[in-house]
Design a protein around this ligand. Sequence first.
Ligand code: NAI
Ligand code: MG
Length: 340
Amino acid sequence: MTHRITLLPGDGIGPEVVDATVRVLEATGISVSWDVFDKTGTDAVEAFGTPLPDDILDSISENRVALKGPITTPLGGGFKSVNVTLRQRLDLFANVRPCKSLPGIKTPFENVDLIIFRENTEGLYSGIENYDERLEISDTIARITRAGSQRIMRFAFEYAHREGRRLITLVHKANILKKAGAMFLEIGRDVAPDYPELEVNDRIIDNMSMQLVMYPERYDCIVTTNLFGDILSDLCAGLVGGLGVVAGANIGEDCAAFEAVHGSAPDIAGQNKANPTALIRSAVMMLRYIGETSAATIVEEELEAAYREGTTLTADVGGSSTTTEFRDYLVDRVATRARS
Ligand code: NAI
Ligand code: MG
């Protein structure tokens, strides 16, 4: 069977890591017909006058699955983040970010295995913002809905249950955010009794940040609101070797978009330095989502083996290889394994 998948190379290091990922996927022998949209963000504004043309959203809705590179968002003014818009327009409410150690990378901890479930459509990213010119006051509203909190909680608990995880930590700021934060926490506590096999606790976000960098082994699954999830995912990436290795999935009822946690990394873009591991791990999640479980296992195991061996890794994880050298090495491993 041929899978039809929407492909957004993005910008910055996006096209480099997408190229590597597509080649690794194709080396498994699965058949994919890619609907490629080269222009997003700034490039799409120049070409079409909009950063996220509707035909991209239509393509993802129709194909039900997308693989995407990072897209740069202008600071302050300019267009709204394409990444945030895409998640909201397609209602991809669950952002799942597994932070799992890879062998052979020097990090402060071994065997970190965390999953962050980030609410992906509301909170401080709701887009409800105002600037009062006369009073010189800016407001950004963190809108949290009961339905939105319930569905991310259900999703996280179901996922943790299915995967045989042990603990869910509800991360919030309910001491200060007495409305939005408190409701999120209350809904988590309401859902918990339906999953008696899962231990449930909660932490205030500031304490949680300290806990994670000192005792990551005490935690397992984390469910939190949009901004906290965004920040904690980069923090947890730092526990397992950095942004070059951490995958993500944006999942909704009808479709899903798979992308790395990292951004467009303008500091290394176009230099053949980017680590495609994060997007390759996102693609492994995608393979499982579309039912290609044996291809997923092959890529996952060969990636781990490549790290264990450690001869051909990119600079961010202590190696001296380029993106394309790492890509070719992994493609070779995956293709050999897939043929055997
Ligand atoms: P970033 O994640 O792009 O980069 C942070 C640091 O990590 C940089 O030093 C970068 O070189 C390094 N890094 C990131 N990915 C790497 C990889 N695959 N291999 C090796 N090193 C890697 O974050 P930054 O610089 O804050 O944001 C840059 C742009 O990306 C911004 O416009 C931001 O809005 C956008 N962004 C887009 C995202 C998306 O498309 N989903 C997510 C996060 C940021
Ligand atoms: Mg982020």
